[in-house]
Design a protein around this ligand. Structure first.
Ligand code: ATP
Ligand code: NI
Length: 307
C-alpha cells in the first residue's frame, strides 16, 4: 500500500513586478509520485528542479506567497493543512536541507526531543547521539557551537527520535564524512525495513543508488521518470526518459559526457516537453505537447517516444 501519494501537484509563486502587477511563476507542474511502506524512494534532479518544494508541500510548510493545487494523501487520507500540522514532526518528519532550520536559541538535545523532558525521550535522544558519535556534552550545546557535520547529524537524529512513519530527508549527507554518509544511508534503510516509508532527496545519482529501491528523476519542476534502481545500469538502456539516460551517461564511470544546455528557469517555461530543447531525439511534436505521465515497463515516464 502507498503510504504517501502525490497527485498532479502544481505550485506557483505570486510575484509583484512593475508596482502592483501580479505574476504567477509556476515552479512545480503536475508532479506525481508515491512511496510504499518499507520503501526508500530517492528524488534526484539538478538544483532548482523542485525537490525541496515537494518536501515542503508534503510537510505543509510552503511559504505564504505560494499557491498549491493537486492532492497529497497519507495512508489513503487527503492531507489538509490542519492534518499536516498534527502529523508534522510526529508521524511525518523532515530532515531539512539547511542547518538554519535548527532553533538558534535552544540547546540541541532539547530540540531533538522536541522540547520533551520525559525520561524515555532523553534516553532515546542519548542513544541516537552516541550512535552518531555526538559526545554526551553535545546535547547542551547551541547550534552555533556545532561544526557543519555535527549539525547535520543532529538534524538526522531529530527525525529518528521523533519515531515518524514517513521520513523525508532533504540532502542529508553533505558535510558528512564517508563513514557517517554510509551510517546515515544505512539508517534510512533500517527505518524502511521497520515499515517506514523514506524519501531521500539528493542531486547525486550515486548516493541515490546506494540506498533507493526506486528513483524519481526531477526536471524543471516535474518528475520525468520513476524507475527502479536496477534500471540504472550498463548503458542505461532500461531507462525510459532521454534526460535520465543523459544523467546516467554523464557519470564519470560511464561516458562522462555532460548534457548541453541548461534546465529552463521557472519564468521561461514554455509549452511542450520541458526537456525538448536539450533532447537528442526531440521532434517538432515535442515542442507542442506536454507529455502526460504514462506507465512503461513498470515505471513512469513523460516522453511521447518512450517505449
Ligand atoms: N519562496 C520562493 N519564491 C519564489 N521562487 C521560489 C521560492 N522557493 C523556491 N523557488 C523556486 O522554485 C524552484 C524549485 O526550488 P527548490 O528549492 O524546490 O529546488 P531544489 O530541487 O530543492 O534545488 P536544490 O538542489 O538547489 O536544493 C526554483 O526555481 C526556486 O527558485
Ligand atoms: Ni533543495
Amino acid at each position: 500500500m502507498n503510504m504517501l501519494e502525490v497527485n498532479d501537484l502544481s505550485i506557483s509563486f505570486i510575484q509583484y513586478s512593475n508596482g502592483l502587477r501580479q505574476k504567477n511563476i509556476r515552479v512545480i507542474s503536475d508532479l506525481n509520485v508515491a512511496i510504499k511502506t518499507g520503501e526508500v524512494l530517492a528524488a534526484v534532479g539538478a538544483s532548482g528542479s523542485g525537490k525541496s518544494l515537494l518536501a515542503h508541500a508534503i510537510l505543509g510548510i510552503l511559504p505564504n506567497n505560494s499557491r498549491m493545487t493537486g492532492t497529497i494523501k497519507y495512508n489513503g487520507e487527503v492531507l489538509t493543512p490542519e492534518r499536516q500540522a498534527d502529523l508534522r514532526g510526529k508521524e511525518i518528519a523532515l530532515v531539512p536541507q539547511s542547518v538554519n532550520y535548527l532553533d538558534p536559541l535552544m540547546q540541541v538535545g532539547a530540540q531533538v526531543r522536541n522540547g520533551s523532558k520525559n525520561k524515555e525521550a532523553v534516553i532515546a535522544q542519548r542513544e541516537v547521539f552516541s550512535r552518531y558519535n555526538l559526545a554526551s556534552h553535545v546535547e547542551r550545546l547551541f547550534p552555533f557551537q556545532l561544526s557543519g557535520g555535527m549539525a547535520r547529524r543532529v538534524l538526522v537524529s531529530t527525525a529518528i527520535v521523533s519515531g515518524a512513519r514517513l521520513v523525508i530527508a532533504d540532502e542529508p549527507t553533505p558535510g558528512l564524512d564517508a563513514v557517517a554518509v554510509k551510517e546515515t544511508l544505512d539508517f534510512f534503510r533500517e527505518l524502511a525495513n521497520q515499515g517506514c516509508a523514506v524519501m531521500v532527496i539528493t542531486h547525486d545519482i550515486e548516493t541515490a543508488l546506494k540506498i533507493a529501491d526506486r528513483i524519481a528523476v526531477f526536471y524543471a519542476g516535474t518528475t520525468v521518470e520513476i524507475a527502479s534502481a536496477e534500471d540504472f545500469a550498463g548503458q542505461g538502456d532500461e531507462l525510459r526518459h532521454p534526460y535520465s539516460k543523459a544523467l546516467w551517461q554523464a557519470l564519470p564511470q560511464n561516458r562522462f559526457e555532460p548534457i548541453d544546455g541548461f534546465q529552463p528557469s521557472s519564468n521561461e517555461l514554455h509549452g511542450g516537453c520541458l526537456f525538448a530543447p536539450r533532447c537528442s531525439i526531440a521532434t517538432s511534436r515535442c515542442a507542442s505537447v506536454l507529455p502526460a505521465a504514462r506507465e512503461v515497463r513498470q515505471g513512469m515516464v513523460r516522453c511521447i517516444y518512450a517505449s
